[in-house]
Design a protein around this ligand. Structure first.
Ligand code: UD1
Ligand code: CA
Length: 455
């Protein structure tokens, strides 16, 4: 087997995007288009990955920032053949060159493997039949059905325009041969460009067989030229994500309303309601249910957890059989042990909450180590920040914190301690005792409300 070198063309401007950002850096599922292609190249165990950039300067190489990708510049966009030629010095004659496109992100490794297989001996070309082939290069075959050449739409005769088999642009072929053909390209065509597609006729002339491969789905070879095509491909991509999860035993309430922007691993009997967004690395155990409109990022959710609607959870661990939400915000560094409850309008940051503790309403818990069996009353706030430094709050096992309490960190609440509602706790409180800081309730006899002066 020859070594595989993958060339990714990404020099075009993408003017129809109407964007300051080079087209190939626009995201699908939160990841740059060209990064999708690079990741697929990795899956093929390519020996070399070469990116051809041009428009937008070195923003593309700098943003991708991957030492395993060799970037070459195409100063002027003189055509796809010229673009590939810029990369050829990086290739050895014995390599198989695979041409991919930074704006064709959904190409599958299975399809490319088949192409590479055929390219061990022949010229391998990825083609597809389209109901509307307008704009694409057409595959011209001879009487025996063998590929003879490609004609670009703008150069095609009326008869050739009727051909529905089109060039996807993706191909694989011996690099030494490709190098020689590229040297012989000229730009005497309708667009005055050096067409990569002209090498097909040269290959045929050199008695090389041109073999075609078709992708399983048309989406694989669709390019992004506009924001609406970007949204269309995002839709295809997300639908295939949802499909994969459903095959693994997840109930996705509406596959068109689930977004995965990263890697998700799921257990059995998981239910994902509508408009759930899973980002980064998300691990979900068995029997987890996630309600509508939740955003969950870089988080582990253990078995049996129920996340109610409208929760935002990031860099956290949610212990088995816990309940979170609705309307909870769980921020980075939070570890909830098993059977905890985090209710509505509760924010938790950088805190450990041990087994069975409950923070059910309207609270801020930050930089806190909370024992097990704790009950936090509504409106409790850990005051963790003095304007310059952050301090920790420690709450012992089975403590009961009355509503509307402020715990001024650094402070420690003892095991089984009770804090009266409305307290401002500035000093450590003892185990087992009731601590309260509010003044004794009094009533003033004969007191009258102030009245306004009559003019
Ligand atoms: C090309 C093919 C056409 C095929 C179509 C599939 C040629 C001559 N034609 O046409 O047969 O049906 O793709 O979409 O190859 N690029 C560069 N540098 C350049 C020119 C292009 O990097 O100088 C990159 C672009 O950024 C783009 C890709 O190559 O990602 C394709 O270029 P484009 O000009 O869009 O080719 P098409 O005219 O669509
Ligand atoms: Ca194009």
């Amino acid at each position: 087997m020859s070594k595989v070198s993958i060339i990714i063309l990404a020099a075009g401007q993408g003017s129809r995007m109407k964007s300051a950002l080079p087209k190939v850096l626009h995201p699908i599922a939160g990841k740059a288009l060209v990064q999708h292609v690079i990741d697929t190249a990795y899956q093929l165990n390519a020996d070399k990955i070469i990116g051809v950039y041009g428009h937008g300067g070195d923003i593309v190489p700098k943003t991708i920032n991957d030492d395993n990708v060799k970037w070459v510049i195409q100063e002027q966009q003189l055509g796809t053949g010229h673009a590939v030629d810029q990369a050829m010095p990086e290739l050895e004659d014995s390599d198989i060159a695979v041409i991919l496109y930074g704006d064709v992100p959904l190409i599958k490794k299975e399809t490319l493997s088949e192409l590479i297989q055929k390219a061990q001996k022949d010229f391998a070309l990825l083609t597809v039949n389209l109901d509307d082939p307008t704009g694409y290069g057409r595959i011209v075959r001879n009487a025996e059905g063998k590929v003879e050449r490609i004609v670009e739409h703008k150069d095609a005769t009326e008869e050739e325009k009727l051909i529905s088999e089109i060039n996807t642009g993706i191909l694989a072929v011996n690099a030494g041969e490709l190098r020689n053909w590229l040297k012989r390209l000229d730009n005497s065509n309708a667009q005055g460009e050096y067409y990569l597609t002209d090498v097909i006729a040269m290959a045929v002339n050199d008695d090389m067989e041109v073999q075609t491969v078709n992708p399983e789905n048309e989406e694989e070879v669709l390019g992004v030229n506009s924001r609406s095509q970007l949204a269309e491909l995002e839709g295809f991509f997300q639908l295939s994500n949802a499909q994969k999860l459903m095959e693994q035993g997840v109930s996705v309430i509406d596959p068109t309303r689930l977004d995965i922007r990263g890697n998700v691993s799921v257990g059995k009997d998981v239910t994902l309601d509508i408009n759930v967004i899973l980002e980064g690395n998300v691990v979900i155990g068995d029997n987890v249910s996630i309600g509508a409109n939740c955003v969950i990022k870089d988080t582990t959710i253990e078995t049996g957890v129920v996340i109610q609607p409208m929760c935002h959870i990031e860099q956290a661990v949610i212990g088995a059989d816990s309940k979170v939400g609705p309307f909870a915000r769980v921020r980075p560094g939070t570890k909830l042990a098993e059977q905890t409850h985090v209710g509505n309008f509760v924010e938790i940051k950088n805190s450990n909450v041990a087994k069975g503790s409950k923070i059910n309403h309207l609270s801020y818990i930050g930089d806190t180590d909370m024992g097990s069996g704790v009950n936090i009353g509504a409106g409790t706030i850990t005051c963790n920040y003095d304007g310059a430094n952050k301090f920790r709050t420690v709450i012992g096992d089975n403590a009961f914190i009355g509503s509307d309490t402020q715990l001024i960190a650094p402070v420690k609440v003892g095991d089984n301690a009770t804090i009266g509602a409305g307290s401002t706790i500035t000093k450590d409180t003892p185990d087992n005792e009731l601590t309260l800081t509010r003044a004794k309730q009094t009533s003033i006899k004969g007191w009258q409300r102030p009245t306004k002066d009559k003019k």
